[in-house]
Design a protein around this ligand. Structure first.
Ligand SMILES: [Zn+2]
Ligand SMILES: [Zn+2]
Length: 241
């Protein structure tokens, strides 16, 4: 686990034959009120738990898991992690929470072919991703997470309930899979995706001042160039109709 600031820690994903999302731990460790952002791919939970422990953080300090969205590469090992943190609450955008609570896994797999492939590969049964969600976010909330303040921004397009977390004082953005380093953006062909929504989400993120970009995959960026997200949005605009 790598320290980004006094209140933001980074656990890099370990891509296998499928990508594994990064996870982040938010909050001042002394608050004992920490949040884990995203889980990761199936089988990629235990090294993340170990890396939190190795950093000297008591697991009992992790009070909740906040999902940027619920694609398989982010939610795959959620059950694995919740087994280690049975007290932790689960927070996410209401649109994806409602699907999960009903046992509707279209948003997890994104497409039918991928569902069949994953169920074979991992021996998953239908209903493997049914979860009760403790807090359903709308976007627009201001969360106090372990003595740090984060704004929730609903940024649909990559998935219907994608959220970003923004720490205004230090200009830190956790955009899930909406925007990455190297002007890449999340795919917009899966269930619940919408290209024109994604364009609007990028444009709204472009209004934020961002110094540190902590995406769901690939490089994290410290010292993000000014106008980076707007430039990314402009580059992708022709494809996002
Ligand atoms: Zn995704
Ligand atoms: Zn992802």
């Amino acid at each position: 686990m790598l320290k980004i600031t006094e209140e933001v820690f980074y656990i890099p994903g370990q891509d296998a034959f499928m990508p594994d999302s990064h996870a982040y731990v938010l909050g001042k460790p002394t608050s004992e009120d920490l949040s884990l952002v995203d889980a990761g791919l199936l089988g990629k939970g235990s090294y993340k738990i170990q890396s939190i422990q190795k950093a000297g953080i008591e697991l009992s300090s992790i009070k909740r898991i906040i999902m940027t969205h619920t694609h398989l590469d982010h939610i795959g090992c959620l059950a694995e992690i919740l087994k280690q943190l049975p007290w932790a609450e689960l927070w996410m955008h209401h649109s994806e929470a409602d699907l999960l609570e009903q046992g509707d896994e279209r948003g997890v797999y994104g497409m039918d072919m991928f569902r069949v492939l994953c169920q074979l590969q991992f021996g998953l049964k239908a209903g493997a991703f049914k979860f009760q969600v403790n807090r359903k976010l709308q976007g627009g909330e201001t969360l106090d997470l372990g003595n740090t303040v984060w704004e929730v921004i609903h940024i649909p397009g990559h998935s219907m309930g994608s959220i970003g977390l923004y720490h205004r004082p230090m200009k830190i953005l956790i955009p899930g899979d909406v925007v990455y380093s190297d002007h890449a953006i999340g795919r917009f062909d899966l269930y619940g995706a919408d290209a024109s929504e994604l364009r609007k989400s990028l444009v709204s993120l472009a209004e934020l001042e961002v110094d540190i970009l902590l995406p769901g995959h690939n490089q994290i960026v410290e010292g993000l160039p000014k106008g980076y997200i707007l430039k990314t949005a402009r580059q992708w605009e022709p494809y996002l109709k």
